[in-house]
Design a protein around this ligand. Structure first.
Ligand code: ADP
Length: 496
């Protein structure tokens, strides 16, 4: 089938198209005059003119240019002249030309972009210039707003001393604000790579603190750690990093971004407080040890007297001394942990035996609750026996503290995959969902009337959680208010 030759267009179709096209104006290439020969409706509308008023008139007669525009390289006079002289199309990407708004009766700021195309006549000389303009006021405004909001954010971060960072995990491109260099002890104009920044952090902290928080962030999406850094002058400073991970649709990490804050001053305060706790608990330990020795000595001496009151009073005194010494040791551990000096000494042992021994010790101190435990064989783990004993002890003491006397406590120990899971269940007051996540934080105690009269400092579970994490295990709780709680931890099996 051949082309249809029977089409017919109205004679003035091109004029109609021109007049309906957005923002078009045709001027003659008669230099300095630039007579307007055609104009589109939309051009007339934005310039608030009529066709009759401007056709046949010189462009600058209708839209007079001021002194500034005459000098301006991208002003219409210069652009038209250059199009005629060079024969090339010239684009002007942004210029301001204010429009009179007849409704508000005022001049409105407008931004435009335009292109100026030379059009040849039959003699192959430039006869016209086609000037096409588009209103880019909204784009310009949006860009300005974006710049302003970035500036505002920058001012806010500057005021708080925060540095911002953005790491592309695919390309490893790392972008930081100038404050980052200052926090790391360099001048703000130093540009530092991620490797350079990391070299100011101790290798073991990279492994224990930063890697651990990254692994955690892969599931939670939130990145947080506090770590010490060494400045080029060898002084030690502390930073707090907070950020988020952005994942792609397949849940692969794509990008990380966040802030870094210098927390050296707060940390120094905390260290001083820690040192005080360490010193105070250390000083309390010595008199308490001798008090315990005297109580035991007295108990031995007076056993012969066969006086039930004395026996009972001394047993109670011994019990209280033990409670106090547990507390002092917990405070000592806390300060060791905070200063990174909590050492784990691993050895292989049977965890079932440790649980049975810890229960036996607990029964000696408190007979209020019946503790059920049926060990099945020997389960070997490679761990710090004393510290794991402390965790079990803490679970048991809490189960006793937070459940009524007549309710039994059940302890279980079972193998799940390559781990052993130890769980302590009580039928006590239970814990609300919103408190459950926070129990393992330092000094956290549930705030309600029922535990007001139960003594505690909220450090037992924090220490337990740190001890278990140092063993690469997991710790957790399942609980329902008024029904009871199950606290559990897992440890890798020996040789697994
Ligand atoms: P402490 O018991 O000294 O306050 P812990 O760190 O051992 O400190 O426990 C933190 C908080 O968790 C307790 O104050 C209590 O509110 C809650 N808790 C711990 N164990 C139990 C439990 N078995 N039942 C109910 N609440 C518990």
């Amino acid at each position: 089938m051949g082309a249809d030759k029977n089409y017919s267009l109205p004679e003035n179709i091109f004029q109609i198209i021109f007049e309906k096209s957005p923002g078009s104006l045709l001027v003659k290439a008669d230099k300095s005059q630039f007579t307007i020969v055609a104009v589109s409706d939309s051009y007339l509308k934005v310039t608030a003119t009529t066709r009759e008023a401007i056709l046949g008139k010189g462009f600058f007669e209708v839209f007079p240019d001021n002194e500034l525009q005459v000098k301006d390289e991208s002003g219409a006079r210069n652009v038209f002249t250059r199009v005629v002289e060079t024969g090339e199309k010239i684009d002007v990407h942004r210029y301001r030309y204010d429009i009179y708004n007849s409704e508000t009766k005022s001049l409105e700021v407008h931004y435009w972009s335009c292109s100026n195309v030379p059009i040849l006549g039959s003699d192959q000389k430039i006869a016209y210039i086609l000037n096409t303009v588009s209103d880019i006021t909204e784009e310009v405004r949006a860009k300005e707003a974006a710049v302003e909001s970035t500036n505002r954010l920058q001012m806010a971060t500057d005021a708080t001393g925060l540095a911002t960072w953005d790491l592309n995990l695919k390309t490893q491109v790392f972008i930081t604000s100038p404050r980052m260099a200052e926090i790391f002890g360099h001048s703000a104009d130093t540009s530092l790579t991620l490797t350079e920044l990391r070299s100011q952090i101790a290798t073991e902290d990279m492994e224990h603190i930063i890697r651990r928080s990254y692994i955690k962030a892969l599931t939670t999406g939130e990145y947080y750690y506090e770590v010490k850094i060494k400045w080029p002058d060898q002084s030690v400073h502390w930073i707090k990093t907070q950020g988020i991970i952005i994942f792609d649709n397949d849940k692969h990490p794509l990008r990380m971004l966040g802030t870094i804050l210098d927390i050296t001053e707060n940390k120094r305060d905390e260290i001083r407080k820690n040192d005080f706790i360490a010193m105070a608990s250390h000083e309390l330990k010595t008199p308490l040890t001798s008090l315990k020795a005297y109580v035991q000595l007295l108990a031995k001496k007076l056993a012969k007297a066969n006086d039930p009151f004395i026996d009972n009073a001394l047993a109670k005194a011994d019990n209280q001394v033990n409670k106090m010494s547990d507390l002092i040791y917990a405070f000592l551990d806390l300060s060791r942990l905070e200063s990174g000096k909590l050492h784990i000494t691993k050895q292989p042992f049977d965890i079932n035996k440790l649980i049975a021994d810890t229960i036996a010790e607990t029964n000696l101190l408190s007979y209020s609750h019946h503790i059920n435990f049926k060990p099945k064989g020997v389960i070997m783990v490679n761990a710090d026996m004393e510290k794991i004993g402390q965790v079990i002890n803490n679970f048991l003491n809490n189960a006793i503290k937070y459940s009524p006397k007549e309710n039994p406590i059940n302890v279980s120990c079972k193998i799940i995959d390559n781990n052993v899971q130890v769980a302590v269940s009580d039928k006590g007051i239970g814990i609300k969902q919103r408190d459950q996540e926070k129990l393992f934080q330092r000094f956290y105690r549930v705030d309600n009337d029922r535990i007001k009269n139960i003594s505690g400092f909220g450090i037992g579970l924090y220490l337990s959680s740190e001890i278990i994490q140092h063993h690469k295990g997991k710790i957790g709780v399942e609980s329902k208010e008024d029904e009871g709680s199950t606290f559990y931890f897992t440890l890798p099996l020996f040789n697994s």
